[in-house]
Design a protein around this ligand. Structure first.
Ligand code: F6R
Length: 246
């Protein structure tokens, strides 16, 4: 069963998760090892990324021994498109840290051979030793990464079709629904479930209903986040609003 922690607000949640990441990065560095982080985009992790930048700037936390793998990328968007997730990560995190650019991975949205690209992404995660800690948000469809319903427990990194609810939700960033891609490349549920530790963040009343379903429904493909109940080390970090239906 996933653990639930209700924080005073999203800033407090971000701070708590940043401390968990800091401790992992420091412990790995002390052991002469690399910390492998799985990262998410969207509005939810922004306060977490701001806090990681603060820890780097004000407390000297180094990301030189960190390798990152992002969950997903829109199909057809190159890294310099201002709505691509590569661009989002550069703007909101990577450019403000001392992370080595070659240690940051985001699926290639412009790849034409999806099957090969996705298999290579899985292979790079394996080659890095697997993901130590995966950061997740949750979509109102119950998606984690872009694993829209239905997504099987053992699904792997692949090309997916975005749900219309997700396209509408994300159209605020694109300014126009017509500009939101219909497809994406995403780590699979099975890929995510192999992370040794998972920290899911969900804030605000718009997430209350899906948080309740994710936590309370029997694990099922129609609400992919329910699979997280089967993970041995998964924590849901909520604020009082997203917790309101639990
Ligand atoms: C983003 C991702 C998605 C988002 C979800 C919530 O990389 O994989 O699952 O976490 O769509 O998005 P926000 O945080 O914008 O509500």
């Amino acid at each position: 069963m996933a653990r639930v922690v209700v924080h005073a607000d999203k800033a407090a949640a971000a701070q708590a998760v940043a401390v968990v990441i800091r401790d992992l990065v420091v412990a790995k560095a002390k052991a002469g090892q690399t910390a492998v982080l799985g990262l998410a985009t969207g509005s939810t992790p922004l306060p977490l990324y701001a806090e990681l930048i603060r820890l780097h700037r004000e407390e000297g936390l180094s990301f030189r021994n960190v390798v990152t793998f992002n969950l997903d990328e829109y199909e057809g968007l190159s890294g310099d498109h201002d709505q691509s997730y590569r661009y989002f990560m550069e703007q909101n995190l990577f450019r403000s840290l001392d992370i080595r650019p070659e240690n940051t991975h985001v699926p290639a949205g412009t790849a034409t051979d999806h099957v090969r690209t996705c298999a290579d992404y899985e292979a790079s995660i394996q080659a890095a030793g697997g993901i130590d800690l995966q950061v997740l948000g949750i979509g109102r469809t119950g998606h984690i990464g872009f694993n829209e319903p239905p997504s099987a427990r053992d699904s792997r990194t692949r090309r997916v079709h975005l749900d219309e609810v997700t396209r509408r939700d994300n159209s605020v960033f694109f300014g126009d629904l017509a500009r939101v891609p219909h497809g994406a490349l995403t780590m699979g549920v099975g890929t995510i479930m192999e992370a040794r530790q998972i920290e899911l963040l969900a804030f605000g009343s718009s997430k209350a209903e899906i948080v309740r379903r994710a936590y309370c429904e029997k694990p099922n493909a129609d609400c992919p986040a329910t699979w997280l109940q089967l993970h041995p080390a998964c924590t849901f970090h909520l604020d009082p609003l997203s917790d309101s239906e639990l």
